[in-house]
Design a protein around this ligand. Structure first.
Ligand code: CAA
Ligand code: NAD
Length: 284
């Protein structure tokens, strides 16, 4: 089947970006959130991102409007029934993903491909909640989705060659670069990135330097676009905490263990930029 109609589950940081790039590439896109309030917030996020591109002269106003007209929001899983591809970007919880895909499998047409944007769960354990394990992949986008060029395309032991090829072609049609990746917790990028980010938190705990100086050191010393603590705020400390727990559970290696400071910040509601406060204060 050719992919023409895309569904996106979740319209948070990642889901909004994924819906935006799919619609911008010309795909009919339906995005699903759990309630009207979150849906409204997510749609506004997409609109703001496109309008910013218009302000910067990167997009014509008419292209923004056409892109928005290709996106419809819903709170009903049933609205995804006719989709050719569904990309899931909900909270990083195995239970939530398994429950959602099991329900979706009964609703969406048989030939459709399912994909998870999980950061750290294995695709295999999510795919097993469905009857379409040969048509199930990981499509791991990066934050901010409209800017980052990479998508990891993750295959399990059950993914068919045809599904892999369709997904690599789909990624290319979004103007992104795909890399094929075997199914393992963290794929390629997070296997390398997550221990680095967690070590930066341990450096704060140990008083190696101030938050600002640790960030400045990695930016100016290594040419990284953001320091690690700024990047953690950007990714979301709640999401990072879930990821660390999942990767530690999988590998049982100290480098993946969530530092106590991360846990406390999440418990205190400091989830980073999206909550207005993390390692830095965003005054929102
Ligand atoms: N949406 C759309 N466009 C955006 C954007 C957003 N949220 N944020 C920035 N941009 C665009 C800007 O419009 C700008 O485009 P032009 O240069 O064409 O004008 C460009 O990106 C650069 O932006 P800025 O000049 O405002 O800011 P910057 O130079 O500091 O770059 C950044 C911002 C691209 C986010 C850069 O800091 C960066 O690359 N940071 C690292 C991001 C990263 O590592 N992401 C991966 C996170 S890990 C992950 O995603 C995996 C996981 O599972 C957790
Ligand atoms: P987020 O908290 O910003 O958004 C998640 C959204 O999903 C929320 O708005 C929530 O209401 C919604 N949701 C929860 N259950 C749902 C359901 N059953 N149906 C539809 N919507 C539902 O989180 P995020 O940062 O966008 O992360 C989403 C996924 O993407 C996670 O698996 C995460 O690990 C992964 N990811 C995150 C990043 C990042 O930098 N934040 C990067 C790559 C991948």
């Amino acid at each position: 089947m050719t992919i023409e109609k895309v569904g996106v589950l979740g319209c948070g940081l990642m889901g909004a970006g994924i819906a935006e790039v799919c619609a911008k590439a010309g795909f009919s896109t339906v995005v699903r959130e759990v309630d009207e309030g979150l849906l409204e917030k997510g749609m506004q996020r997409i609109e703001r991102s496109l309008s910013k591109a218009v302000d910067k002269g990167k997009l014509e106003a008419v292209q923004r409007d056409e892109t928005m007209s290709r996106i419809s929001g819903t709170t009903e899983l049933e609205s995804l029934a006719d989709r050719d591809l569904v990309v899931e970007a909900i909270v990083e919880s195995l239970q939530a993903k398994v429950e959602t895909f099991a329900a979706l499998d009964r609703i969406v047409q048989d030939g459709a491909i399912f994909a998870s944007n999980t950061s750290s769960l294995t695709i295999t354990q999510i795919a097993m909640a469905t009857q379409r394990t040969d048509r199930f992949v990981g499509l791991h986008f990066f934050n901010p989705v409209p800017v980052m060029k990479l998508v990891e395309v993750v295959r399990t032991l059950m993914t068919s060659d045809e599904t892999m090829q369709q997904c690599l072609d789909f990624v290319a049609s979004l103007g992104k670069e795909g890399v094929s990746c075997r199914d393992n917790s963290g794929f390629i990028v997070n296997r390398l990135l997550v221990p680095y980010l967690l070590d930066a938190i341990r450096a704060v705990e140990e008083g190696v330097g101030s938050i600002e100086d640790i960030d400045k050191a990695m930016q100016l010393g290594c040419g990284y676009p953001m320091g690690p603590l700024t990047l953690l705020d950007f990714v979301g400390l709640d999401t990072t905490y879930y990821i660390a727990n999942i990767m530690f559970e999988e590998y049982r290696e100290k480098r993946f263990a969530p530092p106590p400071l991360l846990k406390q910040m999440v418990q205190a509601g400091r989830s980073g930029r999206k909550s207005g406060r993390g390692f830095y204060d965003y005054g929102e």
